[in-house]
Design a protein around this ligand. Structure first.
Ligand code: PLP
Length: 370
């Protein structure tokens, strides 16, 4: 039996072990925030933003940010139909309604023209999710946001290391969020980050993230509003500090892995890949391929071929509007077409060329692939 190729796993070195070991031994009492503070400062520096708040997850970071914007019952938030549930759950938890719009066929990200068409006086935010490292059309979205005075939020969980017009994705919207889940390019086990340049929203999120206790509040155990418990632990932050020191290496390896696949697969005209152009650099969190309709190649067929070779097959995100919680707006043509003929390819840091060749051999063996 061939050894299993997982689609992803983290890269943990002696550096992470050293940092987390130190946190375990010394990060208590007066030092219980030391790695958290360092991680937040280092991450803000890396992103080129003023403020960062470490959280227990990206979902939590989004929940905090949307809550700080005052989003609630009666409000609408526009988001792409093709997404992971985490980006939309906080909208629903706040009592607001997600409006699902279609994705572009090449970037697999939200279609800005459809965003504008769906704006009403209930629209309170637009969430730009940079899918699989691909970049949303941020200029177009920012213009729309300005025109209608609606904040643009970036869910950059999949886009660490991705660059749009010389700026890091996640640093362009009113706020951005990141995930350090074990499947992401950099990890803290579980964890997330909220980033912004806006002092007002930073203060609100800081208070909300601290059970509603204002940082200037002098009374102990006094809350000024109902907040959340979405803090990152000092131990996780220690791992994060080490991973962040290695971020260029981690992203570079993702790009290498993508390019190795691309070098072979780009000979097939029926395959399209994660999007990149002269204004964008893709962090390639997850190398992904989509087959043309004409090719007749379907995700289900690919899953079968992958599992025969003991390789993890990971499907493209479903349209969220297909799920039983949401039943409106099922007209999104690209969202309802692309997922049926797409697949993510394995891309963990320590993957060898031999292992990548095993993945590629699947495509070598598909008859009539053009
Ligand atoms: C992974 C992911 C999330 C969720 O991150 P958690 O840290 O697990 O909450 C949210 N949005 C996107 C786009 C993701 O890929």
């Amino acid at each position: 039996m061939l050894s299993k190729i997982p689609y992803t796993k983290p890269s943990i070195t002696a550096l992470e072990e050293k940092f987390v070991g130190d946190a375990v031994r010394t990060g208590w009492g007066n030092n219980c925030y030391s790695y958290i503070n360092k991680f937040e400062n280092d991450f803000a520096d890396y992103m080129g933003v003023k403020y960062a708040v470490a959280t227990s997850s990206c979902t939590g970071a989004l929940h905090l940010g949307l809550s700080a914007l005052g989003i609630g019952p009666g409000d609408n938030v526009i988001i792409a139909d093709t997404n992971w549930i985490a980006s939309v759950a906080p909208i629903v938890h706040l009592g607001a309604k997600p409006i699902f719009v279609d994705i572009e066929s090449d970037s697999w990200c939200i279609d800005a023209e459809l965003v504008e068409k769906n704006i009403t006086n209930r629209t309170k935010a637009i969430i730009a999710v940079h899918l699989y490292g691909n970049s949303c059309e941020m200029n177009k979205l920012q213009e729309i946001g300005k025109k209608y005075s609606i904040p643009i939020i970036e869910d950059a969980a999949e886009a660490i290391g991705s660059i749009y017009q010389n700026q890091k994705l996640g640093s362009l919207g009113l706020f951005g969020t990141f995930s350090f889940h074990g499947t992401k390019t950099m990890t803290t086990g579980e964890g997330g980050m909220f980033v912004t340049n806006d002092q007002n929203i930073f203060n609100k999120v800081k208070t909300l993230s601290n059970h509603g206790r204002d940082k200037n509040q002098t009374k102990q155990f006094w809350s000024d509003c109902i907040g959340f418990k979405y803090k990152m632990s000092n131990l996780q932050a220690a791992i994060g500090c080490a991973q962040l020191m290695r971020i260029e290496e981690l992203v570079k390896q993702k790009r290498k892995i993508f390019n190795y696949y691309y070098d072979f697969l780009s000979r097939f005209k029926s395959i399209t890949f994660n999007y990149e152009d002269h204004e964008k650099i893709n962090g390639y969190w997850m190398p992904t391929i989509v087959f043309d309709l004409d090719s007749g190649i379907k995700t289900n067929f690919l899953i079968e071929q992958f599992s025969k070779q003991n390789i993890d097959a990971r499907v493209f995100f479903w349209p969220l509007s297909k799920m039983p919680m949401f039943t409106e707006n099922q007209q999104n043509v690209n969202s309802y077409s692309i997922y049926k003929r797409a697949i993510n390819l394995p891309s963990y840091h320590d993957m060898t060329h031999l292992e990548q060749d095993r993945v590629l051999s699947i495509f070598k063996n598909i008859k009539n692939l053009r």
